[in-house]
Design a protein around this ligand. Sequence first.
Ligand SMILES: C[S@@+](CC[C@H](N)C(=O)[O-])C[C@H]1O[C@@H](n2cnc3c(N)ncnc32)[C@H](O)[C@@H]1O
Length: 217
Amino acid sequence: ALAVGRELAEASGLPGLSTARWERARIGSALSLKSADLVTVSYVLNELTPDDRRSLVDAAADTAAGAVVIVEPGTPDGYARIIEARDRLVAAGLHIAAPCPHSAACPIEPGTDWCHFSARVSRSSLHRQVKGGSLAYEDEKFSYLAATRFAPDPAPARVVRRPQIRKGQVLLELCTAQEQLRRETVSKRHGVLYRAARDAEWGDPWPPHSAEPDPAS
Ligand SMILES: C[S@@+](CC[C@H](N)C(=O)[O-])C[C@H]1O[C@@H](n2cnc3c(N)ncnc32)[C@H](O)[C@@H]1O
């Protein structure tokens, strides 16, 4: 992980990398983190005991001067861990910047659904061999959370399912700033908004800044 981190950081061309420190530590109640602008916790909560999970999220909240980003597998259990972390981060005074358009309670009734998204990742030939798959990519489902110390300017809503394109209309499942899940049907008569809906992808904020209301509609 440290080697991959170094490689990604070098490829990013960020300034100050020559003085970056790469350290390894055991996550547990004794974990102490140094102050950081951004703390990421990716596919790690699922490896920890409940106590260590809570210690890590609390340490991340204490440490992050700017933001905490947590990613888990996009399963019902992964989502449950994200929600538990979300509650702790909000209690620690952080604001939810994504995917939720607010920091109030998640509108999903526990046990009925789980908030998750999908990212297409390429598979190396080793991946293909190990996983017994033949495609050059896989669609990785993930649940995530970005929390910020500063108050964010979240999107009015987020697309929480793959949009369904019908003849002359697009059906969007949205999670909204009004703390509700809502289905919106955008049809041709909505003009610019319809064109934006046809381009919208699962996980996108809605409406996009570019979709100014069409004066004709
Ligand atoms: C599934 S990998 C995810 C790696 C990386 N964050 C990513 O997103 O690709 C989980 C990592 O957590 C590490 N891990 C598990 N328990 C840990 C603990 N108590 N302290 C430190 N690392 C731990 C494992 O060694 C493994 O590298």
